[in-house]
Ligand binder design. Structure first.
Ligand code: SF4
Ligand code: SF4
Length: 128
């Protein structure tokens, strides 16, 4: 499953991911990272059976963790199934099925590209 990590300024320079991997032995994959000198936003793919352990380990280090259960929502009344989101999404979240666009939101890493690309403004990111 995917976890969004929000790293605060005071801890952004610590080796958080490395220490959590060493502690939990979880095979995590960094799917997106936006980090600078003052804060960070990271999306990790974590094995489901390790997800709670990994979340607890990050939270003990002061990282805010949000599971990306439903990362992107679509207004079905606004969507015209043009396919703009299909072509721009880097993770293949959207696809055509019988000429309609369907989503597998488990693939979304909340990069925001589809939000900007949608001509109907039908898409929004879910933030908790
Ligand atoms: S880009 Fe917007 S309107 Fe087009 S298929 Fe995607 S959600 Fe629907
Ligand atoms: S935010 Fe949109 S473009 Fe980015 S990964 Fe999620 S569905 Fe794909």
């Amino acid at each position: 499953m995917k976890l969004m990590l929000h790293v605060a300024p005071g801890i952004v320079r610590q080796p958080l991911i490395a220490s959590v991997i060493l502690e939990t032995n979880a095979l995590v994959n960094i799917e997106r990272a936006s980090i600078d000198a003052v804060s960070g936003e990271i999306v990790l793919e974590v094995p489901v059976e390790k997800s709670q352990e990994v979340m607890d380990a990050f939270e003990r280090r002061g990282v805010k963790v949000v599971p990306l259960e439903n990362p992107v929502i679509r207004d079905e009344n606004e969507c015209v199934h043009c396919g703009g989101c299909v072509s721009i999404c880097p993770t293949g979240t959207f696809r055509f099925e019988d000429w309609r666009v369907v989503a597998d939101s488990g693939k979304c890493i909340q990069c925001g590209a589809c939000i900007v690309a949608c001509p109907q403004r039908a898409l929004n990111l879910v933030t908790k």
